[in-house]
Write a protein that binds this ligand. Sequence first.
Ligand SMILES: *Cc1c(COP(=O)(O)O)cnc(C)c1O
Length: 216
Amino acid sequence: MSLQDIVARIRKAEADAGREPGSVRLVAISKQQPNERVEAVLKAGHRLFGENRVQEAAGKWPAFRERFENVEVHLVGPLQTNKARHAFGLFQTVHSVDRPKLANTIARLAQEEGHCPDLFIQVNTGEEPQKAGILPADADSFVAECKAMDLPVRGLMCIPPVEEEASLHFALLAKIAARNGLAELSMGMSSDFEKAITFGATHVRVGSAIFGERTL
Ligand SMILES: *Cc1c(COP(=O)(O)O)cnc(C)c1O
């Protein structure tokens, strides 16, 4: 697999679903990948990346940003409130707003810093106890709470349970987003991004299918 193959598969899935070409953004998940592989994807012209840890992103992206223009980095993993300020300086978008305490912290920092990353609310569609995210039953009120704080909520994100049919989770996330007037959906990874596009994904988060197995 390579970046070009994945982009071609995304374009085909968009066309098959009757969606505009380019309506799906590819977030290349570069966590735990050697810098040479990330650099190769940057040199191929890709500019949108995702990381799941603040510390790891901080050690990698400032240097790449000096060498490559217009790089966008998204946080797709859990964010501790004590790292939120650091995250403001590193990420243009946070896909993992998963609890009221974090939303409150982000709202306060947005006031102090005068800017705020775009936000997705993570929904625990499988209601898995070990997984982060707002439960589906609490999603509407949490979205309303975030909007009341003027947070720039763009959409919803989910990570379906590994052993379940992902389509059910993609459909549920799309339904919750639609009834809350949210336009963007962050869903689909290496094994199921085409399916996610069928269900309306606007951001697919693909790691190993682009870079190979994670090694770090
Ligand atoms: C690691 C990760 C991905 C990418 O997973 P792959 O299976 O390598 O495509 C996507 N989303 C999140 C939240 C991740 O942590």
